[in-house]
Design a protein around this ligand. Structure first.
Ligand code: NAD
Ligand code: UDP
Ligand code: UDP
Length: 320
């Protein structure tokens, strides 16, 4: 059935792939973005599509449109970008969620929140299951993002309890792929751009911290499947690839796959950097019949190919 679907943050890395996918599925897509980290460039392949519409708008302000579904992705996701204007980051998560929930309440739309594994903070439970409440510093440099996203989850569940609205919460773990900005600052894009430029690969800390990386196509499939579940399914549901590795292993893999001569340099570990991260995706398998199909090697090869034509400088994070 053809639906009118709003994607906030639709000009960003994940949002642009989601818009493409929804158009391919035959829907009308309304993309709302303030271009804080996203760009029109990401939407080039769909800009002229007859079922696509783009509005420049900040989700911190009310939005009156008529839609059937909302994917709420608006929020900078890379530490350097979300820490650049931390107050705006919290506002985007919290006020943005209120506005999208208000919009969903008025229109009867089903609304999905792009939450994050940062909900779990620096976790004592490994791998992370959805019933783990997390260990998050409320006053550190990452807090604007972590606590903003936690508050957004609270709002989703309170709107559900107060107004019985159809809503879903996806907890997204580190996702990578083409269209990440070369200056995005996240580890996969940093390492690839550094390796391709022959610049030193910057490992923060001793590189023994782990992350589990999901390729963008797998993630988008998970989001679409979650949105399609019946109204009694709310989540939160972890979406990510359990293929866990240390940052040293990732650096080695990128150097090997690019054939780079880059050396590795060690930089201070940013504060509150989680030690380990791996999703338990049992729930996603059960509820959505979903699990990632793209191995890190295949996903990295596609991402390296994307950046191959687009080398650029890499931006770092301050340690304190
Ligand atoms: P991104 O920075 O590429 O995309 C975010 C988009 O939101 C950008 O287009 C940006 O311009 C837009 N935006 C920011 N503030 C806005 C505002 N106030 N109003 C309107 N638009 C605004 O990041 P991404 O990786 O595509 O992440 C998309 C969503 O997924 C985010 O909510 C992020 O928290 C979540 N997420 C991503 C990951 C990941 O690894 N990529 C992991 C967990 C959660
Ligand atoms: N809102 C919006 N679009 C709508 C309906 C509401 O942006 O179509 C905003 C509205 O500005 C409000 C917020 O969503 O601040 C929350 O709406 P809700 O109805 O839950 O709360 P109330 O308006 O009663 O404060
Ligand atoms: N990191 C790194 N070098 C970089 C960028 C990041 O070693 O150039 C580390 C970072 O300290 C963290 C991990 O890689 O331990 C993942 O960082 P990213 O910013 O991609 O995601 P997040 O910390 O939000 O999971």
């Amino acid at each position: 059935m053809k639906r009118r679907i709003l994607v906030t943050g639709g000009a960003g890395f994940l949002g642009s792939f989601l818009c493409e996918r929804l158009l391919k599925d035959g829907h009308e897509v309304l993309c709302v973005d303030n271009f804080y980290t996203g760009s029109r460039d990401n939407l080039r392949s769909i800009a002229a599509h007859p079922n696509f519409e783009l509005i420049r708008h900040d989700v911190c302000f009310p939005l009156y449109v008529e839609i059937d579904q909302i994917y709420n992705l608006a929020c900078p996701a890379s530490p350097i970008h979300y820490q650049h204007d931390p107050v705006q980051t919290t506002k985007t998560s919290v006020v943005g969620a209120i506005n999208m929930l208000g919009l969903a309440k008025r229109t009867g739309a089903r609304v999905l929140q792009a939450s994050t594994s940062e909900i779990y903070g620096d976790p004592e439970v490994h791998p992370q299951t959805e019933d783990y409440w997390g260990r998050v510093n409320p006053i550190g440099r990452r807090s604007c993002y972590d606590e903003g996203k936690r508050c957004a989850e609270t709002l989703f569940f309170d709107y559900r309890r107060q107004h019985n609205m159809p809503m879903k919460v996806a907890r997204i773990f580190n996702t990578y792929g083409p269209r990440m900005r070369p200056d995005d600052g996240r580890v996969v894009s940093n390492f690839i751009v550094q390796a391709l430029n022959g610049d030193p690969i910057t490992i923060y800390g001793d590189g023994s911290q782990t992350r589990s990386f999901c390729y963008v196509d797998d993630l988008i499939e998970g989001l679409v499947k979650l949105m399609a579940t019946s109204d009694d399914v709310t989540g939160p549901v972890n979406l990510g690839n359990p293929a866990e590795m240390t940052m040293r292993e990732l650096a080695g893999l990128v150097i090997q796959m690019t054939g780079s001569k880059s050396e590795i340099v060690y930089k201070p570990l940013p504060s509150d950097d989680p030690r380990q991260r791996r999703p338990d995706i049992t729930l996603a398998k059960q509820l959505l019949d979903w699990e990632p199909q793209v191995t890190p090697r295949v996903g990295l090869a596609k991402t390296i190919a994307y950046f191959g034509g687009k080398p650029a400088n890499v931006v770092g994070v301050s340690a304190a």
